[in-house]
Design a protein around this ligand. Sequence first.
Ligand code: NAD
Length: 371
Amino acid sequence: MTEFDTFTEADDLGPAKVVHLTERRTGLRAVVVIDNVAAGPAIGGTRMAPDMTTRVCARLARAMTLKNAMAGLRHGGAKSGIVADPGMPAADKERLIRAFAAAVGDLTDYIPGPDMGTDEAAMAVVFDEIGRAVGLPAALGGLPLDELGATGFGVAEGAEVAAGMLGIDLNGARVVVQGYGAVGRHAARFLGARGSVLVAASDSRGGVVDPSGLDLETLDGIKSRGGSVADYPGESMVVERDEVFTVDCDLLIPAAGPDAIRADNVDDVKARLVLQGANIPATLDAETRLHQRGIVSVPDFVINAGGVICGAVEYAHGTRTQAFEAIAESVRGNVEEVLARSRETGRTPREVALDMAHIRVRRAMETRRWT
Ligand code: NAD
C-alpha cells in the first residue's frame, strides 16, 4: 500500500464511495471519492496533480459536500484526482482524461467538473465520453466557469460583505493573491473593479511584489503566454513564491493548493481578512491561530462556492446571468451569516460554518429512504 491508496477515515456523512481507477495501457491512476449524495448526484472537480492522494481527495470531497449544502444546491459532494503532471503534452492529456472519463462512466452519482490541472476542454472530453460533466465550453452549451471567473466573482462578492463588516474600504484595499490562476486572477479582477489594488501575486514558479500595484492586464498577458508572474517587467520585486504570505495587505487570497498557510508561516500573515479562494488552503491549527490574532478567515466552502454554483446552474440548463445572480445571493448571504455568528459566539468562522453546513446535510439525509 502506498500513500495514494491509504484511506481509513469515515464518519456518518461519508464517504459513500471511494473508487481507485487504474488502466495499464494509458497509465491512468486516479481516485474518485463520492462523499455524500443525500441532496442529489454529487458535483466535484477532477484534479490533475502528480502528488494527489486518496486522503487529500477525501478531504476535498467532504469540502464539496459542505460547500454544496452551504450553497443550497440539489447536489452532494465528491472529488476526483488523476495522478499525473497537468503540463504533459496535450494529446497525452486528452488520452488520459478520456480513459478517466470512461472509467467513471458507471459512477452515475458523480458529475465531474474542472479543477486544478483540468479545464473546460478537459470537461468537453469527459462529456464526449460519458455525457455528464459541468464547466463545459460555451460551444457545448456550457457556462465556462473559469473563463467567466465564477469563483473569483463569488470571492469578490463575499469580500465586499466581509470588508463591510470589518470596516475595510475595498476602494484602495491592498490585495495579495497566492496562486494567480483561474480563481486568483478573476478575484483580483473583480476586486480591481471595486478599486482594490493587487500588491503581490504568486504562482508555482515564483512571486512578485509591488506596493504601488501590479497591472492585471500585464499579468494576464504573461500568464496567457505560459509565463510566470515572476516575469512581470519593471521595478517590481521578484520574490520566492511563499514570500507573498508576508506582504503587508488588507486582503489575502490563498488560491493555489492545500495547507499553504500552516504553523510555520501563519504568524507572518499581515492581512486583516483572508478569503480562502482555494480548497483547504490553511491547516485547522493555522486557522485557529489567525482567529486568535484577530484576522478573519472566511472558509473555503463559504467563499469559493461560485464555481460549483455556476456548474449547478449549467447542469439545470440555466443562463450565465442566473448563475451570477445565484452566486452573489448565496455567497453574500452565507458570508454575512457566518461572520455575524462568529462575532456573536467568539467561535472561528469555520466552526460556525461547519455547524450550519452539517445541519443542512443532515436535513437532506433525513429525507432519504436509507437513513
Ligand atoms: P489553476 O490551476 O487555474 O491556478 C492555480 C494557480 O496556483 C496557478 O497559477 C499555479 O501556478 C499556482 N500554484 C500552484 N502551486 C502553487 C504554490 N505552491 N504557490 C503559489 N502558487 C501556486 O487552478 P484554479 O482553478 O484557480 O484553482 C485554485 C484553487 O482553487 C484550487 O484549490 C481549487 O480546488 C480551488 N477552487 C477552484 C475553483 C474554480 O472554479 N476553478 C472553485 C473552487 C475552488
